[in-house]
Design a protein around this ligand. Structure first.
Ligand code: HPA
Length: 290
């Protein structure tokens, strides 16, 4: 099944396939969202609160990869937040699940073909920066791709964008400022940082974390960067927000576990939701500005 799905999204006609999936989704709802949310590990519950929602299982969407990871619902939810139409991915697939980079980023392409102009990507990440406390919300300023590959590798299709896309301003400055401002207004402990992406699924060694810190990373995680690269390639504006669910390996004299990650996301979930509710109208306003 996985191999069939791989062949389907691995071909040169990803554009046609993304268009087909987008058309399928559009046929299920009258809403035409310009803002997408990718809700990471343990953060998917927000989409259960949307008004006038249409929910579509990833399995039903042509060529959409469906997640095997724990805590991921695997559902697209289109609905209203603060009077603004949004489309949310309740769960994402990861490279470590064995999907190709084309499959991991296919949903982002579909969102763009649906007319999405801005994406808010959320994730759980390990804190490398010792100023961050567990549970802190961190607005991404930049990233370092340590995944050893790039989702744009393959035959260049100019319908998506240029061959060598610029990444100097991958994380939208206006969105970043708005997120920090709204977070502070809510009294949340907010930071900005550089996200290092690794493949996982094993967590890092303490030596790797020291290396990433020297390289300028504040956070480490196993997602987001492929989606950011593909989104920017298509001209979609990006806001990235991490929940620092744990101190990265070796920062504290203790072991890491996925349970700790889930416990922290559960604890911080209501703050994260409040931040997203405040940020979405700001992003919508920014999209309307000339
Ligand atoms: N490392 C990598 N990915 C993660 C971590 C971590 O410490 N915490 C949550 N996702």
């Amino acid at each position: 099944m996985k191999r069939a799905a791989k062949e389907k999204t691995g071909g040169a006609d990803i554009f046609a396939r993304a268009e087909r999936a987008a058309k399928f989704i559009r046929s299920k709802t009258k809403l035409r969202p310009q803002i997408a949310l990718v809700l990471g590990s343990g953060l998917g519950a927000f989409a259960d609160e949307f008004g006038s929602a249409t929910r579509i299982d990833y399995k039903k969407i042509p060529d959409f990869p469906s997640s095997t990871a724990l805590q991921h619902a695997g559902r697209l939810v289109i609905g209203m937040v603060e009077g603004i139409p949004v489309v949310a991915m309740q769960g994402r697939v990861h490279f470590y699940e064995g999907y190709t980079m084309q499959q991991v980023t296919f949903p982002m392409r579909v969102l763009a073909r649906m007319g999405v102009k801005a994406v808010i990507l959320t994730n759980a990440a390990g804190a490398i920066n010792t100023d961050f406390q567990q549970g802190a919300l961190v607005v991404l300023r930049d990233h370092i791709n340590f995944q050893g590959t790039n989702p744009l590798i393959g035959a260049h299709d100019e319908r998506w964008g240029v061959m060598f896309p610029d990444m100097s301003r991958a994380y939208d400055r206006q969105f970043r400022a708005a997120a920090l401002e709204e977070g502070k207004k809510l009294g949340l402990s907010m930071f900005e940082g550089v996200y290092a992406a690794v493949t996982g699924p094993s967590y890092e060694t303490p030596a790797e974390i020291r290396f990433f810190r020297t390289a300028g990373a504040d956070l480490v995680g196993m997602s987001t960067v492929p989606e950011v690269i593909v989104a920017r390639h298509m001209g979609v504006r990006v806001l990235g927000i991490s929940c620092a669910t744990n101190m990265a390996a070796g920062v504290l004299d203790q072991l890491l576990s996925a349970e700790e990650v889930f416990e922290t996301t559960a604890r911080v979930n209501s703050q994260f939701v409040a931040l997203l509710r405040a940020v979405i109208p700001r992003v919508a306003r920014a999209l309307k500005e000339p």
